[in-house]
Write a protein that binds this ligand. Structure first.
Ligand SMILES: CC(C)(COP(=O)(O)OP(=O)(O)OC[C@H]1O[C@@H](n2cnc3c(N)ncnc32)[C@H](O)[C@@H]1OP(=O)(O)O)[C@@H](O)C(=O)NCCC(=O)NCCS
Length: 235
């Protein structure tokens, strides 16, 4: 857990260096009002044009994610060009850089790193309220058995960690596979130290890949990060 700066709409919430890259957070305003001029002018003009095509809270999220990315650009020596979504929805960065974005309610986060032939993913999930049905939808049978053996009050948090790591896996792995990856195609084994193990069951037998995964907490919100490399190119 790291300190979060006081709330103001679209203001920086935090900026930290983590094992897989630099992470920035930006506070999001509540509601789905169109994003005002002060935040819009902080985007690259092409991002601004794209943001204007989006409606409601989706526009708020998109702007928040790009502002979080912008918080990190200088530090990485990344010239701040537009970061638009590719045909699959993934943020497109210049060669030599990778990034991932997530947003939930009042927070957008961006994880950015230098690297070739690497994928990174970030995801945030709320754990304050249990979402029934998520476990059955996202866990493999062997994960479900482990979760169901836990005390009742631990089961949702353990599910949410796995859910978040799987969404991070999706964002990190999708650029390699360029296909939908189902929740059953990996098992996640969370570590008490925040270092998680990802066990692949890829239906296309792609790979081998090296998966590295971490989770941490921002209040009662889980933040997961994943890095994926082709196993033969990993050090
Ligand atoms: C794509 C997906 C992972 C996004 O996660 P989410 O919790 O819905 O939303 P988040 O706010 O966390 O993330 C949204 C961001 O994901 C990113 N994203 C979308 N598609 C992406 C892709 N194909 N590859 C990488 N990143 C992608 C975008 O940056 C997007 O934000 P932006 O549009 O503002 O740039 C999710 O909607 C999904 O389809 N999940 C089902 C598949 C899955 O997770 N399988 C698990 C495999 S183990």
């Amino acid at each position: 857990m790291f300190p979060v700066l006081p709330y103001a709409p679209f203001a920086p919430a935090f900026r930290v260096a983590l094992p897989f890259g630099l992470l920035a957070g930006v506070h999001l305003p509540p509601g789905s009002d169109p994003v005002g001029h002060p935040a819009m002018v902080r985007l690259h003009p092409d991002e601004r044009d794209f943001a204007r095509t989006l409606g409601g809270f989706r526009q708020v999220q998109f702007v928040g994610g790009r502002l979080a990315l912008g918080e990190l650009a200088n530090e990485l020596g990344l010239r701040r060009g537009p970061v638009l979504p590719n045909a699959h929805g993934a943020p497109t960065l210049p060669a030599g850089f990778v990034a991932s974005i997530s947003h939930k309610r009042d927070l957008a986060v961006a994880l950015v790193a230098r690297g070739h032939e690497v994928g990174i993913g970030v995801d945030i999930e709320d754990t304050d309220r249990e979402r029934p049905g998520v476990a059955a939808r996202v866990l493999r049978a062997e994960e479900l058995a482990v979760v169901q053996a836990l005390p009742r009050d631990r089961q949702w948090v353990e599910t949410a960690i796995r859910f978040s790591v799987k969404e991070s896996v999706y964002k990190a792995l999708h650029p390699f596979l360029l296909r939908y990856i189902g929740f059953g195609e990996v098992a996640v084994w969370p570590g008490l130290d925040g270092i998680d193990r990802v066990e692949p069951f890829l239906r296309g037998m792609e790979g081998p890949f090296k998966f590295e995964a971490r989770h941490a907490w921002i209040g009662d919100r889980v933040l997961s990060m994943v890095r994926v490399r082709a196993a033969c190119t990993a050090p």
